[in-house]
Structures are given as C-alpha cells and as structure tokens.
Design a protein around this ligand. Structure first.
Ligand SMILES: Nc1ncnc2c1ncn2[C@@H]1O[C@H](COP(=O)(O)O)[C@@H](OP(=O)(O)O)[C@H]1O
Ligand SMILES: [Mg+2]
Ligand SMILES: [Mg+2]
Ligand SMILES: [Mg+2]
Length: 353
C-alpha cells in the first residue's frame, strides 16, 4: 500500500489532537481570541496545531506544513500560551506504542510555540507539504456544533493522503443527518468518526478513538439516481457560503427537502459516506479566497469514495498554487453520476444573477 506510514502517522496525529479539542469543547472558557481577519481562534486550534506538527516533524523532518494558525499572538499573550501548554503537555494516546510513534509529548512551552510556527510553508507544486486545519469550523466548535481536525499530505501539489477527525459526527456511516447538527452536537457515546483516504486506494471510516488506529471500513458516496431526492449540505455560517444561491439551485433541481446545515469538513465526510448527497459552497464575497486547509483532506476523501469535486466552472480544486485555492470560485461535491446535472444547475443560477 502506498503512503502507509504517512497515513498511520496522520491518523494517530489527528486522533491525538482530537483528545485535546474534545477536552476544550467541554470547557466553557475556550480561550477565544480574534484574529486580524476578525475570525476566532481558540486554545483548541493552537494546541491541536502544535501536537500535529510535532508528530509530522518527528516522523518526516524535511516535510513542510501549511497550517492555518501561527504563534505570534501567543508570544505576546503569556497567560494564553501557558494555558495551552498546560493542556498540550498532558495529551497522550491510550497506548504507549502509538504515542511513541508520534515522538511522545512536546518537551516545553517554547517548543510548542515553535511547532505552531512550523506551519508557515508557502505551499506550492514541489515536494512534500502537509495542509493542516487544526480545528475547521471554529465557529461550530464554539457554538456546540460540528468541527473537524483536518490533515492532508500533498506531493508536488497533488493530495495523496487525507484524514478528517470529526468528534461530533455519528460513528455509524448510515445514520441520517439531522437538523440539529449545527447547534446541538455532542461527542457522547456513538459519536466521533475518523475518515481517511489514500489516492487510488479508496476512502474509509472508523471510530475516532484515543488510539491505536484500526483498519477502517470502506465508505462510498450515495447511490442517488434522482437528484430531486438529494440531501444538500451547507455551512451554518451565512458569511461562509451563499444560502440564497443554494436555495435557487435546489429549486431548479426539484429538491424539496431542507438543506442540512453543519460546520466544517464534516460536510465532505458526510457526502463521502452517503449520509448527505451534495455539498455546495458558493461564494458570498468576491474578495474571499478559499484556503487549501479547508478542502484538501475532504476533497480527496470524497473523490476516493466515488464522488466528484469541482469549482463552479467544473475544474478540479487546485492545491498546488500556494496557501490558497487561488482563482477558485466555489465548491461542488457530489456523487460522480449526478455531478454534471448539479453543475449545470449551479451555472444557470449564477448566470441569471
Ligand atoms: N467569507 C468566507 N467565505 C468562505 N469561507 C470562509 C469565509 N470566511 C471564513 N471562511 C472559512 O470557512 C471555514 C469554515 O467553513 P464552514 O462554514 O464550512 O464551517 C473557516 O475555517 P476555520 O473554522 O478553520 O477558520 C474559514 O477558513
Ligand atoms: Mg480559522
Ligand atoms: Mg477551516
Ligand atoms: Mg481552522
């Protein structure tokens, strides 16, 4: 099997980071600070980024990482940094062998800050680069909704390995999506799933545990034949994708069911296992450029599960252009057999605007 070690390290690193994010999820005070773009970041985001980068660097020292977060604000906020360190230093997988594979605990607060800053790769189309979103759906994480710990390995700009840890999604691949996924999610018993894919080898799911990782079971997109019966997934946040466009597209496709709103790449995971059928993400703002860490793992997992993922022009997402999906306009993820029909409806709605 290709990329066997990379897959295992990615799965374990995501599982270990999720131990920390789950602990923070249950805290009232999540150490939220506002970034320059006014978006939130929490103790959970910083801690998970440190833990995952430390694991990658221990195993693949010359690999680069494009990580969402950076430590500069923490270096001025000593209290926040020490709160994060107090959590990070104690996070361990349940079996010593898996924990040792990740290099054991981070040694000091200074090393934790350095690890966070190693997520500063410029990305691009050369060499081995990991795309890391330590918490995707931070607003969902804060609201008590869905969130995902997302990690993908790109080689020469092409995504080879993708892993998504979704602590608040049902373990059961056949569990239907419910309307409260965006607001009243829990990680109680029966929740927590780890999605994985390796290029050319299919996609799998397995329970998200504290380790060790097992062999996942294969997942597939839905076998939908009538698009009018599709369950559409979209963001909770109105600022992240256009719900108005989605409603018009649904109408054109004859979809009468309400869209299921949930945060994060849990949407990609849900489409990949056939719990949802379509994921549409159409821009609300002309000047927003999508980030590679918001899509790299989910894009591969959906495609390896039999889906097709493109932008609104029908082109594959291009991860080789740097930290962002430069030039991208929108995302359409569907089972491959209905993609052309959905794309056509999207294009007609956008053309009529
Ligand atoms: N104007 C915008 N348009 C599209 N995506 C946006 C956006 N502003 C922020 N985002 C991204 O939307 C992601 C969450 O997506 P979703 O709405 O599907 O949960 C955020 O990830 P983070 O939560 O990792 O910051 C952020 O990167
Ligand atoms: Mg963010
Ligand atoms: Mg994100
Ligand atoms: Mg994030």
């Amino acid at each position: 099997m290709a990329y066997e070690k990379e897959l295992k390290i990615a799965q374990l690193a995501v599982a270990r980071a999720a131990i920390l994010t789950k602990a923070v999820f249950h805290e009232k005070a999540k150490g939220t600070v506002s970034k320059d773009d006014k978006s939130p970041v929490t103790i959970g985001d910083f801690g998970a980024q440190a833990l995952i980068i430390a694991a990658i660097k221990h195993n693949f020292p010359s690999d680069e990482v494009v990580g969402e977060e950076e430590a500069s604000s923490l270096r001025d906020q000593k209290d926040l940094a020490s709160k994060i360190w107090n959590l990070v230093k104690d996070v361990k997988l349940s079996d010593a062998e898996s924990d040792a594979l990740l290099g054991g605990p981070i040694k000091s607060e200074a090393q934790m800050l350095d690890a966070i800053d190693m997520g500063n790769s410029a990305g691009g189309n050369k060499g081995r680069i990991w795309a890391l979103d330590p918490i995707d759906g931070t607003k969902g994480f804060l609201r008590g909704g869905q969130y995902a710990v997302c990690l993908a390995l790109m080689v020469d700009g092409d995504v080879k390995v993708g892993v998504l840890g979704c602590p608040n999604l049902p373990v059961d691949d056949s569990a239907p999506l419910t309307e409260d996924m965006g607001s009243a999610a829990t990680d109680a018993e029966g929740k927590g799933v780890l999605f994985s894919a390796v290029q050319g080898e299919g996609a799998t799911s397995q329970p998200l545990t504290k380790g060790p990782v097992a062999k996942g079971q294969p997942i597939h997109v839905s076998k939908i034949s009538k698009v009018s019966e599709a369950v559409m997934c979209e963001s909770v946040e109105p600022g992240h994708s256009s719900k108005g466009d989605n409603a018009l597209i649904a109408e054109k496709l004859g979809i009468t069911g309400k869209p299921v709103q949930m945060d994060s790449q849990a949407k990609y995971g849900s489409v990949a296992r056939g719990a949802g059928d379509l994921y549409l993400r159409l821009p609300v703002r002309k000047d927003y450029i999508e980030k590679i860490w918001d899509h790299a793992a989910g894009d591969l997992i959906v495609r390896e599960a039999g889906g097709q993922v493109t932008d609104v022009t029908g082109k594959r997402l291009n991860f080789s252009l740097g930290r962002t999906l430069t030039e991208n306009k929108g995302v359409i993820a569907t089972p491959a057999n209905v993609h052309a029909e959905v794309l056509k409806a999207v294009q007609e709605v956008l053309a009529a605007k």
